[in-house]
Design a protein around this ligand. Structure first.
Ligand SMILES: Nc1ncnc2c1ncn2[C@@H]1O[C@H](COP(=O)(O)OP(=O)(O)OP(=O)(O)O)[C@@H](O)[C@H]1O
Ligand SMILES: [Mg+2]
Length: 452
C-alpha cells in the first residue's frame, strides 16, 4: 500500500484553506443576517407605505414615466369606482375629463421639480364627475421615463357643500339681522302713532259725551223744560269735565304726529324695498333742516328721557338727494347718541345734551350730530363702520347703522367722520355736496313730500 504522503506544505495549505472556508462561512452568515435585517427593514417600510396609502384621506395615484397608473390607494379606487386591476396600467387621461398633464406642467414637474396644485374633474368608471384638487410632484432622479409622478387628489364635493352651507347660513343671519334692524327702526314711529291714536280715542270719547249731552238737552230746551241759563251752565260744566280746551289744543299735533309716524314707517319700508332693488332710487329736492326736524321728532322717544335737544340749523340750499335714506342716516346717528347718553344717565343720573348743527360750507352742506355720551373707546374706533360690529346687547343694536350710513353717504358723494373723547362725548359729521352727480342728472322739480 502506498500511502499518499502529503507534504507538510500541502497539509498546511489545506488547514489554511479550511480556515478560509470557515472565515467565509462566518462572513456569509453575517451577510445573511444583514440581508435578513434589510429584508425585515424593507418589509417594515413596505407595510408602513401600505399603511400610509391606507390611512391617507385623499386619493393617491402614482404614475410611471409613461403616465400610466402604477399604484393606487383604496381611496383612489373608491373615488374612481374601480378595482385595482381596472386602474393599474391605464393612463390618467382615462379618468379625467380634460388633459392629463400639459407640456408646461410637465416642465414644472420634471425640470423645475415644483409641486403643482390643480383643480380637475375626475370621472369615475360609472361616469360620475368629481371635482378634485390634485397635488402633483415627481419622485426619482433618473431620466424622465424612470421618474414617478405622485398625484394626491382631494374630493372637493364635501368642501363645496360645506362652503355653500356656510354662505347660506351667513345670508340667513344677515337677513335676520336686517329684519331686526328694521323692526327696531319701525318700532319707534309705531309707538308714536300708537300713543297719538290712544290720545285721539280718549279725546273722541270726551267729545262724544259732550255732543250727546248737548243733543239730549235740545228737546227739554225747546219744550221749555230747561232754561237757556241751565243749558249753558250744563254745557260749560261738561266742557270743563272733558277738558275740551286741552283736547282742542293737543289733538291737531297728535294727528300730525300720527301722520308723521305712518309716513316714516312707509319710508322705512320703502327703503327696505330698495335694499332688494338697489336700482330704484327716488331722488327729490330736499331741505335737510326739515328732514332733521322730522327725524328728531320721530326719534324723540330714544333720547327724551336722558337728554335735551338743541338745534342750530343754518341757512341751507335745497339739495337733490334720497330723503328717506338721509333720514335713515340721521335717525341712526341720533339713536346712537341717545344710547350713549342713556348709558351715562344710567350711571350718573346726569341728563345729556344732543346738538344738531347744520351749515353751508362752499359747495357742501355739513351736518353735525353731537352728544355728551361716554365717547367711543380708541380700541374700537377703526371698527365702528364694520357691518354687524356692535357693543350693544342683543335687541338694542345690530351693528348695521353706521355701515349702512356710510354706504348711503358715499353713494351721495359725501363723507362721514367723527371726533370722540372718552368721558366727554362724540360728534359725527356728514358732508354732502350741494350738487351731486344725482342732482346734476335730476330733471324733476318736485319737492320731497315731507309729512307735517
Ligand atoms: N355716538 C356714539 N357714542 C358712543 N359710541 C357710539 C356712538 N355711535 C356709535 N357708537 C359705537 O359704534 C357701534 C356701531 O354703531 P352702529 O350704529 O353701526 O351699530 P349699533 O348702534 O350698535 O346697532 P344698530 O345701529 O344696527 O341698531 C356701536 O355699537 C357703539 O359701540
Ligand atoms: Mg346704531
Amino acid at each position: 500500500m502506498t500511502a499518499v504522503a502529503l507534504s507538510i506544505d500541502t497539509e498546511a495549505e489545506l488547514d489554511l484553506a479550511r480556515e478560509h472556508i470557515r472565515a467565509l462561512e462566518r462572513a456569509l452568515g453575517r451577510k445573511q443576517r444583514e440581508v435578513d435585517l434589510i429584508q425585515e427593514e424593507l418589509s417594515r417600510s413596505n407595510d408602513f407605505l401600505r399603511e400610509v396609502h391606507r390611512v391617507l384621506p385623499d386619493a393617491l395615484l402614482i404614475l410611471d414615466g409613461l403616465g400610466s397608473v402604477f399604484s393606487a390607494n383604496e381611496e383612489a379606487l373608491r373615488l374612481l369606482g374601480a378595482t385595482r386591476d381596472e386602474v393599474l396600467g391605464r393612463p390618467l387621461g382615462d379618468f379625467q375629463t380634460e388633459v392629463e398633464i400639459t407640456q408646461d406642467e410637465r416642465h414644472a414637474l420634471l425640470v423645475e421639480r415644483r409641486v403643482l396644485r390643480r383643480e380637475r374633474i375626475w370621472r369615475s368608471l360609472d361616469g360620475v364627475h368629481i371635482p378634485v384638487l390634485v397635488s402633483m410632484a415627481t419622485a426619482g432622479t433618473g431620466d424622465e421615463l424612470s421618474r414617478m409622478t405622485i398625484c394626491i387628489a382631494a374630493d372637493l364635493r364635501d368642501r363645496q357643500r360645506m362652503e355653500m352651507e356656510i354662505r347660506q347660513r351667513q345670508k340667513l343671519e344677515a337677513v335676520g339681522q336686517l329684519a331686526a334692524g328694521v323692526a327696531h327702526e319701525i318700532n319707534t314711529p309705531i309707538q308714536y302713532v300708537g300713543d297719538s291714536i290712544h290720545f285721539l280715542r280718549e279725546a273722541f270719547e270726551d267729545l262724544g259725551r259732550v255732543a250727546r249731552a248737548f243733543r239730549a238737552s235740545l228737546g227739554p230746551l225747546q219744550a221749555g223744560e230747561l232754561t237757556p241759563e241751565a243749558f249753558v251752565a250744563e254745557l260749560d260744566g261738561l266742557w270743563r269735565d272733558a277738558d275740551l280746551d286741552f283736547v282742542f289744543e293737543h289733538a291737531p299735533p297728535a294727528i300730525a304726529r300720527a301722520i308723521d309716524g305712518v309716513s316714516r314707517v312707509a319710508e322705512i319700508v320703502g327703503a327696505m324695498r330698495e335694499f332688494s332693488h338697489p336700482g330704484h332710487r327716488t331722488h327729490a329736492v330736499v331741505n335737510l333742516n326739515r328732514t332733521i326736524v322730522n327725524t328728531l321728532t320721530v326719534a324723540r322717544n330714544e333720547y327724551k328721557y336722558v337728554a335735551d335737544v338743541e338745534t342750530d340749523l343754518g341757512d341751507l340750499p335745497d339739495i337733490v338727494c334720497h330723503g328717506g335714506e338721509i333720514g335713515q342716516v340721521l335717525l341712526n346717528l341720533i339713536i346712537n347718541a341717545g344710547h350713549a347718553m342713556a348709558d351715562v344717565f344710567q350711571q350718573s343720573q346726569q341728563r345729556g345734551r344732543l346738538t344738531v348743527r347744520t351749515r353751508r360750507e362752499g359747495d357742501a352742506i355739513t351736518v353735525e350730530v353731537s352728544d355728551t355720551g361716554g365717547g367711543i373707546a380708541p380700541a374700537i374706533r377703526e371698527r365702528i363702520y364694520e357691518p354687524f360690529f356692535t357693543t350693544k346687547p342683543v335687541g338694542r343694536g345690530t351693528g348695521q347703522g353706521l355701515a349702512i350710513a356710510r354706504a348711503i353717504i358715499e353713494r351721495h358723494g359725501g363723507t362721514i367722520d367723527f371726533d370722540s373723547e372718552v368721558g366727554v362725548g362724540t360728534t359725527f359729521r356728514l358732508r354732502l355736496p350741494t350738487s351731486t352727480e344725482a342732482s346734476r342728472g335730476h330733471t324733476g322739480t318736485g319737492r320731497e313730500d315731507h309729512p307735517t
